[in-house]
Design a protein around this ligand. Structure first.
Ligand SMILES: [Fe+2]
Ligand SMILES: [Fe+2]
Length: 400
């Protein structure tokens, strides 16, 4: 008999004694003998059953000992063989994502030791080059830290004195924003469940993006109904444009149309609304959404720029997506005319013909600013300047 010994005291296998048994057996070589002492009722019986289930053996103690153990456990080797075919689901750290995580890693946390067997769920978005951006973990942490409460972040109770016609313009713009935010929520939401969990930070980032859009819908809707009970108009052309966006089922193309072109243009639009807002509430809701949209654009550009370095044909595919959407929308009006007029009214600040002319000029300037931004981002993705100019011009007149 060797000197390995474990005293369980009053602890039985019905109350956690297996933890002490496993801990005592773990460092022992197969075949080693562990004398188990204890006073729990029926311990010998329970010990025999537990050992059979765990792949160990029990032996009766030698006779004639002054304080005999309840049983002697002979360590088996099944514990080692259980993990024989086990693999690590990559490394736990974000910098070490693999190019193609296998389906069998599916629902295990990245970096966990995976017992062989189990389901092999199919996540069709499982290509690092397609999804990953090195900035994703940092961007997620930043996004999580920047979440704001719609109830308190906006000065909802500030008195506002806005003439009825200007209020109607605000309501129309807010209506348009809610409509576009809905589409901006649906697009990432549809991809979330298709992404392999190995790319955890990308999933987290998109989940926060979805939550951002939910809050944008809320604050724009609340501003629209602050002084009335009716929203403005929704045009067929605007909805056709958004439908062409939510229909895109390719992650890269959808992300390009939504984030690089659409949300990028929206950053300019929200900045414009913030600047010409007739009241502090409108100003604040535009500013809050703009901060979030900047992040959305940043991730879209970052992962596509990274993808472009490994997929030479990516730019052809992106170009094709813009052209297809342009063709699909060729016969639609694009931006709701009521929205265009409402933006002019906001930027005019009054009804003199000079003021209206100025408002009109400012909206045209907004369109040029959007175009500049789109071309800059297209060039960041490697498009030459002339091609960036052509593609930016083909982007939907609905902005998103
Ligand atoms: Fe948004
Ligand atoms: Fe967004």
């Amino acid at each position: 008999m060797t000197g390995w010994r474990l005293d369980l005291g009053d602890l039985g296998l019905d109350r956690g004694a297996h933890l002490l048994l496993r801990r005592a057996l773990a460092p022992l070589p197969p075949g080693a003998r562990l004398a188990v002492h204890g006073r729990a009722p029926a311990l010998a019986l329970h010990l025999g059953a537990w050992c059979r289930a765990e792949g160990h053996r029990t032996e009766s103690p030698e006779s004639g000992l002054p304080t005999p153990p309840v049983a002697v456990v002979v360590r088996g080797d099944r514990d080692d063989s259980r993990w024989l075919g086990a693999v690590r689901a990559g490394a736990g750290t974000p910098g070490s994502v693999v190019a193609h995580p296998p389906a069998r890693w599916g629902l295990a946390p990245r970096g966990a030791l995976i017992e062989a067997g189990g389901p092999e769920p199919h996540f069709d978005l499982d290509d690092r080059d397609l999804l990953w951006a090195d900035v994703a973990p940092r961007l997620y942490a930043y996004a999580a830290a920047r979440q704001w409460d719609p109830a308190t972040a906006v000065p909802w109770h500030d008195p506002i004195e806005v003439p009825a016609e200007v209020e109607a313009a605000v309501v129309q713009v807010m209506t348009y924003l809610v409509e576009n935010e809905q589409a901006a929520l649906i697009v990432p939401a549809r991809f979330l469940g298709r992404i392999h969990p190995h790319f955890r930070e990308v999933i987290q980032l998109l989940a926060v993006q979805v939550a951002d859009e939910a809050r944008h819908m809320e604050i724009f809707n609340r501003r629209a109904l602050l002084r009335g009970t009716e929203l403005g108009t929704s045009s067929a052309g605007g909805r056709a444009s958004l439908f062409a966006l939510v229909q895109e089922s390719d992650f890269s193309l959808a992300s390009f149309l939504l984030s690089v072109l659409g949300e990028g243009s929206f950053v300019n639009l929200l900045s414009f609304i913030e600047r010409y807002a007739p009241d502090p509430i409108t100003r604040k809701v535009a500013w809050l959404a703009m901060q979030d949209e900047r992040r959305h654009v940043l991730f879209g550009v970052a992962h596509l720029a990274q993808q472009a370095t490994v997929e030479p044909r990516l730019r052809d595919r992106l170009r094709g997506a813009v052209e297809r959407r342009y063709d699909a929308l060729r016969d639609t009006a694009g931006l709701n005319a009521d929205v265009f007029d409402a933006l002019v009214v906001l930027a005019a600040g009054g009804w003199d013909s000079d003021q209206i002319a100025l408002g009109h000029d400012r909206v045209r300037q907004l369109e040029r600013d959007m175009d500049d931004g789109r071309r800059r981002r297209l060039e960041r993705l490697g498009f030459p300047a002339d091609e960036a100019e052509t593609l930016s011009a083909l982007h939907t007149r609905n902005f998103m």
